[in-house]
Every structure is written in C-alpha cells, then in structure tokens.
Design a binder for this molecule. Sequence first.
Ligand code: SAH
Length: 377
Amino acid sequence: MASSSAQKQRSALEERLLTLIRANGPISVADYMADALLHPHDGYYTSKAPIGARGDFTTAPEISQIFGELIGLWLVQSWIDIGSPKSFNLIELGPGRGVLMADILRAAALRPEFLNAANICLVETSGRLRHEQQKRLNARRTEATPPVDWADDLESAPEGPCLIVANEFFDCLPVRQFVRMETNWRERMVGAVEENGDDGLIFTTDKTPPLAQLPLPDKTTAKLGDIFEYGEAHEAAAAAIADRLQSNDGRALIIDYGHVHSGFGDTLQAVRDHAPWPVLDAPGDADITAHVNFERISRAAFDRGAAVFGPVAQGTFLDRLGLAMRVERLCAGKSDAEAEDIHAGAFRIAAASEMGEIFKVLCLSTPGLAPPAGFDA
Ligand code: SAH
C-alpha cells in the first residue's frame, strides 16, 4: 500500500524545491517562503487569486470600505502636514486587489487638490494582481483620478514627496528562523526526507553555525528549542522607507499583525481556503506569513533617521480617526440589513476580539513634521 505522503498531491513548486534540495541541500526558511510566495512560475501570489471570499484569506479593506476611507482622510491630512506639495507620489506596497487604493481615492475626493497632486505608484510583483488592480482602478476612473503606475520595489518608485501605505505587506516578506540548540543558535532550514520510497519537505537545521555578524539575541536569554525570527527583509524594507523619508518629505503608514516587543516563537503560518494549512504542504498553493516584529522594524527605521510613531492597535487607530461617526454616516438612509452589514464590518476590523488588537499601525515620518493623526495618547 502506498504511504500517505505518496498519495498526497504534490504542488508544482514542491517538485521544484525537492529537486533543488536533493541537488544542493536544505534551503533557509526565508528562501522557502520567498519561493512559495513569489516564485515567477509557481509562487502563490504569481499563480493564484489569493484574496477575498473566493480566495484563501481576506483583509481589512476587503471587509469594510471604512478602513480605506479613514486611511484616505489620514493621507489627506498628512499631505497637508508635508506642506500640500503640488506633486507627490502616493505609493502603496502590496496593493492586493486594489480595493484599499480605490477606497482611499474615493474618500480623498473631498480634497480635489490632493487628487490633482497625486501620482499613484503601486509596488507589486504579481502580474495577475497588477492586472486586477488596473481593472479596479480603471472601473472607477474619472477625470480626477490620478495617473497610476507600477514598480517592482520601493527603490524603483519615483523620487519626490511621498505618502506610503502598506497593509499586510510586511507579513509576507520572508523571515529567517534560528533555533536554540545545545551549544548555540542554528538556522532553521527546509530539507527533504525520504519515507517509504517517497520524499517530502521537512524542517531541519543548518550544519554550520550562523555568521557571527547576524543580530541574534544572546544565547543565554533563550531556552533549548526556542526559535528566533529574524526579519532581514523587513528591516531592509523599513530602512529603505526611512531613506526615502530622509531625501523626500513624507510619511509611511504600516499596518500588519505582529508583536510590539521582540521575543521567541515560531509565527510562520500558512492558510488555504480561509483555514490553517501545514506550512510545508503544497507550497505555492497556500499563503504563508509570519508575524511582524514592530520593535525591530521601528528600530531599523529610527536608526536611519525616521521619526517613529506607534505602533498603536488598529482598533484604537480607527476609533481615533472617527470610525463611529463614519459608521453612522454610512448607515443613514440604508435598510436595516445593510446597516447591520456596515456595523458587522466595522466590528471585524476594529474590535479587540477580532482584528482590532492583533493588527498594529506604525507611522514612519520625515522628522520635524506635525504629529500624525491617530497616534496621540
Ligand atoms: N494590501 C492588500 C493585499 C495584501 S496581500 C490588502 O490589504 O488587501 C500581499 C500583497 O503584497 C499582494 O498584493 C502581493 O502580491 C504583494 N507582495 C508580496 N510580496 C511582495 C514583494 N516582495 N514586493 C511587492 N509586492 C509583494
């Protein structure tokens, strides 16, 4: 009888990775995650339609239009705070299906000068999602809609004053993991194991010790088996934002789920069809994320000269921006069922028991500007 692993349907990417690992040895968790999400042929974001009720997961802008509308108003205020430049870049990192940007533009229409000044730059690697973003933004295109362009990364976005938004972007950046072994840290790897004549992916550890210059915590602070996650790509992205805010006036709003203080633990998780999924099963067919370490990204940005505000809980931030009033206004003249939906959406994005507490909001800013809305105590 065939083993259960032999019966399991392998994804195309799993085949590729097994071949690669058999030839060259295990790969880091970060390389596994990067391939699983962004491989040019078989990566999850490259080849699937991940977001929304018919996808695998949903996000705040997909749940309630109020999320993007309040952020739109925050951006208008931030534009005023940076001196209402006649031309600026409105940059979104990882725009998904373009829902957040569409809601931002609708709310920002109350300041036509803002829309006139804006050039939209969507930083997106997936051709499929670029297409979807284009369709959504074109569908609502009016004369007032700013021009939209795409970039592969923040470094390629045009220079100039900027406002940057990133919702659930950092959580899909690849994370490295290190395990506390008997004597010291070892990098956690993804290898291949042979079982009943068939092989599958497994977690293993690197044979050689990690490089001394890696910023790993003192080994005496960790217990045997503890996992430390190092968001090298996260810190590089935060530093790149900070560099941009040094050379151009601007602000960035980073929203994601994660923790405020560094600690130990394995936060790598996969989801498929709105349910948890084993991280090493069928890579490319499931979303894989890790919690964002806000302490480390704040530090990386601060060290590069950015002013840092927060993080504050998403619920607190939305309340401070006027969530309750927006709900009330949106419900006016609606049927009871529609009003119930509006309330339910607002509850999901802001209640502490839902997304309101685990999701955090961080603002990085050019130093010396007025304090950003939503971050005061
Ligand atoms: N912000 C959206 C979607 C979040 S999903 C929302 O709130 O609904 C993550 C998004 O980031 C997707 O659009 C994905 O294709 C994109 N993405 C992931 N890694 C990326 C990378 N390294 N560079 C650019 N975009 C990336």
